[in-house]
Design a binder for this molecule. Sequence first.
Ligand SMILES: CC(=O)N[C@H]1[C@@H](OP(=O)(O)OP(=O)(O)OC[C@H]2O[C@@H](n3ccc(=O)[nH]c3=O)[C@H](O)[C@@H]2O)O[C@H](CO)[C@@H](O)[C@@H]1O
Length: 354
Amino acid sequence: MLKKIVFTGGGSAGHVTPNIAVMNELNQNDWDIYYVGSKEGIEKELVEHKGIPYHAISSGKLRRYIDWQNITDIFRVVKGCLEARKYLKKVKPNVVFSKGGFVTVPVIIAAKTLNIPVIIHESDITPGLANRIAQRFATKIFTSFDEATTHFPPGKAKALGSPVRKEITRGDKKRGMEFLQFEESRPVLTVMGGSLGARKINETIRAALPRLTEKYQVVHLCGKGHTDETLKDQPGYRQFEYVNEELPDVLAATDTIVTRGGSNSIFEFLTLHLPMLIVPLTRAQSRGDQILNAESFQEKGYAAVLEEEQLNEDTLHDALQSIEDNRNDTIAQMKTYMAENPLDLIIKELYVYH
Ligand SMILES: CC(=O)N[C@H]1[C@@H](OP(=O)(O)OP(=O)(O)OC[C@H]2O[C@@H](n3ccc(=O)[nH]c3=O)[C@H](O)[C@@H]2O)O[C@H](CO)[C@@H](O)[C@@H]1O
């Protein structure tokens, strides 16, 4: 008999693409799939694009600072709880799977009041605010990093790895080169400033273009609203706000990556054995989770790290040179990652509720 599962997660792509990875692998003969997200978040477009029923609820932003909007947002969260509860009562799912982001808090609270089991997946080493609130309501917590389990109540958390979308591994270099209109003979450097872009990385890459394009053809995924029209005809340089279906082909065509320390992106590059330079989001702009992600990858020999405060044209050049010098050793180290596919492990766990 068909069982029902509700996915939730959003705010940025990193809270959606792992859900999509899991949804893609669930057998549609076994599961009816639903999604609860916010009204305006990136999850709406990404999920509706896949033809999954999408239910939007009110949600407040969870801020770590004092703001008058915190008051109005409390009401939005309460409204979101009531909306989520009504929807869950109607759908009657066997389980809720949550990837984090502020929209998930009302959904998880609502599920708890209806005795619906909740599984949380945490992508970072330290839990985000939403998952920190939600953890007490969760039945089980899965994590991408081994180190993350210590941040959750004992016995609840299990490190299963990052659920990387299978289509990421199915890219084609030739298709990627055609899409980019690049020459097959020259190496490709892809820059991914996180799903929402990264100003300092964007500026430094653009300033360094003359030097970078001597060696590489550069693909720049620069985030919504961050393309630079003055560079649109620059030879050997392609910029996109966000690449969706073509991303696997672009990555198949890529030799080296410069990236933010967003957990899902770096696990995708690790899975593809792509040497990467991580420029994590600073402590001033975040809780420091990307710094920990980056340090963990550096310690394991999967990546080089450059702090944003140290990032300039020269340090970028030197860091890329050292990545090229260590390419073979890094790839060999990356090949030691995970004997069992995390996605398969998560799917297996979900069948407990089937
Ligand atoms: C600013 C911020 O708070 N960032 C957080 C957010 O990052 P962010 O949303 O940037 O998330 P990730 O880097 O983890 O994932 C981004 C996802 O978007 C995809 N993608 C990106 C660009 C593009 O053009 N096309 C595309 O498909 C990537 O392949 C990846 O699957 O969630 C991550 C996971 O909790 C955290 O580690 C980050 O700290």
